[in-house]
Design a protein around this ligand. Structure first.
Ligand code: 6MZ
Ligand code: ZN
Length: 351
């Protein structure tokens, strides 16, 4: 590394950042994975089965196989607590000041703990980190795995509703994720509508693959509060003007995950990433990691990649990270504290 590289690297690490799209079990670091593997030697899992290294690519379908392996390793209260604490500490160490973590409570038969306990374990991790003065604000989104269909989705929404009232504001919304080739969003509309009506914010994976136009049209009418990926919304890649119009008119921020999309092969290369399309229109874009463990990245690296690929100045990068504050589901008071933090750090970080 040259002196200039080192300086640039330092800038991205020191840059205060907001992470809004991080799946808990996709965010497990190499070190934590080693611990999990050692705890469960009988599973015979190798680290190469849980991460996609630099230069490697997988189909999206293969990525979902990776999650199945990780889920075998993270299946007890103890595991969830350890993994969630480690992930929060790692984001904090990377300069993330506000994190929205999302995770799917799994069926009790698969984990030995109820969905309620699953969520409680994640909340406990957030509380412990707060108590230990880890320098980061954390909120939680309960995830719906679209593969499990409408009944499970409704059950998850009801659970999230209960927690919204009892978690001291730590649960702020819902995520819709899972293998986009399975199921149809229209079946999930009643659950999502109910969530919205009771004040849960919605962050939905949308048009992550082509051929989801009809579904995206329907989901955009809810409308969601944020869009995950939105890779195939615009006409140049088979989306449509109508989809773009809906996103723009309702000013719905898009969570963009460069490395995830390139390694998962829904985007052919970094320079072809749809970040450019939306950024050039001045649309609210938020850089995110998606699954920092699986895709071997961190948020500093994602900012650096976006800057070097699309020629962003440090000033533009600063603006990008600051803009993410307003796209978060944090209450106004927390947003204000974050704005203040950015203002304080600015003279120290920007030169
Ligand atoms: C790569 N693009 C993606 N597209 C859609 N869903 C994804 C995803 N990456 C992760 N997940 C969702 O997050 C789960 C793992 O974390 P949790 O067990 O919930 O913490 C995966 O099983 C999948 O449902
Ligand atoms: Zn995702």
């Amino acid at each position: 590394m040259t002196e200039m590289d080192r300086e640039a690297d330092l800038f991205y690490r020191q840059l205060p950042k907001v992470e809004l799209h991080a799946h808990l079990n996709g965010s497990v670091s190499f070190e934590t994975m080693e611990k999990l593997i050692a705890r469960k030697p009988h599973l015979n899992i190798k680290h190469s089965m849980t991460a996609i290294r630099n230069g490697q690519h997988r189909t999206l379908d293969e990525c979902f196989q990776v999650f199945k392996v990780i889920h075998q390793l993270v299946d007890s209260e103890e595991d969830i607590l350890m993994v969630a604490k480690a992930v929060i500490q790692e984001f904090a160490a990377d300069g993330v000041k506000y994190l929205e973590l999302r995770s799917t409570p799994r069926e009790e038969t698969k984990t030995g703990l109820s969905k309620r306990r699953y969520i409680e374990s994640a909340i406990e991790a957030i509380r412990q980190c707060k108590q230990e003065d880890v320098d980061i604000e954390v909120r939680f989104l309960v995830a719906i795995d679209r593969r499990n269909g409408p009944e499970v989705a409704m059950e998850t929404v009801k659970l999230a509703e209960d927690f919204m009232l009892s978690s001291d504001g730590l649960i702020v919304g819902l995520d819709l994720s899972g293998d986009p080739t399975v199921g149809h969003g229209k079946d999930l509309l009643p659950a999502l509508q109910r969530a919205k009506n009771c004040g849960l914010k919605l962050a939905l994976h949308l048009s992550e693959i082509p051929s989801q136009k009809e579904e995206s049209e329907l989901l955009l009418d809810l409308p969601p509060d944020r869009i995950g990926h939105g890779t195939f919304l615009h006409p140049e890649v088979g989306g449509s003007d109508s989809l773009v119009d809906k996103v723009c008119k309702q000013n719905i921020p898009i969570e963009l995950c460069l490395t995830s999309n390139v390694k998962g092969q829904t985007v052919p290369s970094y320079d072809k990433h749809h970040f450019q399309y939306w950024y050039e229109r001045g649309h609210p874009c938020v850089l995110c990691t998606d699954d920092k463990g699986v895709f071997c990245t961190d948020l500093s690296q994602e900012y650096q990649l976006a800057a070097s690929t699309f020629g962003l100045s440090q000033e533009a990068v600063w603006h990008l990270s600051q803009q993410a504050i307003q796209c978060s589901f944090a209450p106004e008071a927390v947003k204000q504290q974050l704005e203040q933090k950015w203002a304080e750090l600015r003279p120290r970080v920007l030169n």
